[in-house]
Design a protein around this ligand. Structure first.
Ligand SMILES: Cc1cc2nc3c(=O)[nH]c(=O)nc-3n(C[C@H](O)[C@H](O)[C@H](O)COP(=O)(O)OP(=O)(O)OC[C@H]3O[C@@H](n4cnc5c(N)ncnc54)[C@H](O)[C@@H]3O)c2cc1C
Length: 440
């Protein structure tokens, strides 16, 4: 508890200053005295967590620390991000003040241990933060998600002590990170990449380009995958750390998008980008394994972004139906036709959340979570799409105009079925896992 308080003091202070009642109490929260599966410190992969003695608890029960995280991020998102969400979307830019405050609040180093200046919290805490941010703005949420679950985790899991000491304190406090895997020629087939690395006297030289890279306008630290020996095919893929100011590195184009417009997505060029040998991430030729492992975890983050989005869209429309809009002499939320749709959508959201939290808990417990992460990402993005679409209809014309946030949630939802593995790719993963189990 002390580590959490110190690391994200502003958020904790903010939480303490509010009433004990959560702002938007959609999550079932466990009383602190109840022992809870989530009350874990960050574990190393080599540690086996003995959960046999822990009584089963509902998946969405949160530990005291996680509850604090949920309440305080919810307040931070409502107070600081909500007033800027529409403006950032129209401007297709992330407000630098928002980025600064994400760092100030400790939300950019959630799993980074305190010794490196981070918040020293568990994976589920990161998932909670991503979900709460997406409830208000999915663009801010994906910035936090990619930075924490892909970039920071890459350093934590595979970085040398030198790389960790150099980068983690910065990533926790002031430096945005990016994860560069996709290319013009390689999307779903990510390992067909054309970007190459060659050895030099002092390190490596990278040539090629990356596409669709989230956070790239704001980032100063880029995890880059390149093939060091194409004769080995995908087994030649190696991961490197490229600082933004490296000669030969450039941002070629910023995409204009359907949704999550405030999140930057760019094409990056690497022309004879030379980096020292120390900037090798992990081992040569292990990059494909790192990418698979990181994306399996990252998918739970995207799933949380989608459940947060669905909750935000639902709450926005339900608030309107039950408080604001009257037709035929009564609130529109009083009509049974509306109530049934609102109820059904709520059930869908909670079902998706159960998958997300189950996947997060399984990852934390050191269990195999590949199937769970794929199911969570698939279902959460489907629910986000359906609910945000319905929410526009529930608000009628007011849902369709760019004054409120209903149409924005709808546009933002589409990306859930595309990045970190399309829905088809999730289905393929799910089918492969099932086939392994059911093949005699
Ligand atoms: C806004 C945004 C942000 C992104 N951020 C990042 C980032 O930070 N880092 C990064 O590395 N990448 C990022 N991506 C890339 C993203 O991961 C890819 O767009 C995604 O993996 C799909 O690749 P693709 O766009 O090339 O589509 P394609 O692979 O061309 O797929 C097109 C269609 O074909 C289907 N398809 C392809 N292969 C199969 C198959 N084997 N079986 C069935 N169907 C198939 C797909 O499901 C899809 O419907 C981002 C993308 C976007 C749009």
């Amino acid at each position: 508890m002390s580590s959490f308080s110190r690391a994200i003091r502003p958020i904790v202070r903010a939480a303490a200053a509010t009433s004990a009642r959560p702002l938007r109490p959609a999550v079932s929260r466990v009383a602190p005295q109840i022992r809870c599966l989530s009350a874990t410190v960050p574990r190393r992969d080599s540690e086996i967590l003995d959960i046999s003695e822990i009584p089963p608890t509902p998946i969405t029960h949160l530990s005291e620390t996680e509850t604090l995280m949920a309440d305080s991020v919810s307040k931070f998102a409502s107070d600081v991000i909500l007033p800027k969400a529409r403006e950032m979307d129209e401007a297709e830019t992330m407000d630098p003040a928002v980025v600064e405050q994400l760092f100030e609040q400790g939300l950019m180093g959630i799993e980074i241990p305190e010794e490196y200046g981070g918040s020293g919290m568990n994976f589920t805490a990161a998932i909670i933060a991503i979900e709460e941010l997406a409830r208000v703005d999915p663009s801010v949420s994906v910035m936090c998600d990619v930075h924490n679950t892909l970039c920071n985790t890459a350093f934590l899991k595979y970085g040398s002590e030198k790389l960790k000491k150099e980068w983690l304190p910065k990533l926790a406090t002031n430096t945005v990170g990016s994860f560069c895997l996709s290319e013009p020629v390689s999307g779903s087939d990510a390992f067909a990449m054309a970007t190459k690395a060659t050895k030099t006297e002092n390190g490596y030289k990278i040539n090629g380009s990356k596409m669709w890279i989230t956070n790239s306008m704001e980032a100063e630290c880029f995890i880059v995958f390149a093939n060091l020996d194409p004769s080995k095919k995908y087994k030649g893929i190696t991961a490197f750390v490229v600082p933004k100011d490296t000669p030969g590195f450039s941002i070629a184009k910023k995409e204009k998008k359907l949704g999550i417009k405030a999140s930057s997505t760019c094409v990056l060029n690497f022309d004879d980008v030379e980096i020292p040998a120390d900037n090798l991430l992990g081992k040569e030729f292990e990059g494909y394994k790192y990418a698979i492992g990181l994306l399996n975890e990252g998918r739970i983050g995207i799933a949380a972004q989608m459940t947060g989005l669905a909750l935000g869209a639902w709450e926005n429309a339900a608030g309107y139906a039950w408080n604001d809009r009257k037709q035929f002499g009564q609130l529109i939320g009083e009509f049974q036709g509306m109530q049934h749709q609102l109820a059904q959508a709520w059930v869908e959201i909670q079902a998706a959340r159960a998958l997300v939290y189950n996947a997060a808990r399984k990852k934390e417990a050191g269990e195999d979570f590949v199937l769970d992460a794929a199911m969570a990402k698939l279902k959460a993005s489907q629910v986000a799409g359906t609910v945000s679409s319905q929410a526009v209809e529930w608000m009628g014309g007011m849902g369709f105009v760019r004054e409120g946030l209903a149409e924005k949630y709808f546009r933002d939802s589409k990306i859930g079925a595309i990045y970190e593995g399309t829905s088809n790719i999730q289905l393929t993963t799910i089918a492969k896992q099932l086939q392994k189990t059911y093949t005699k």
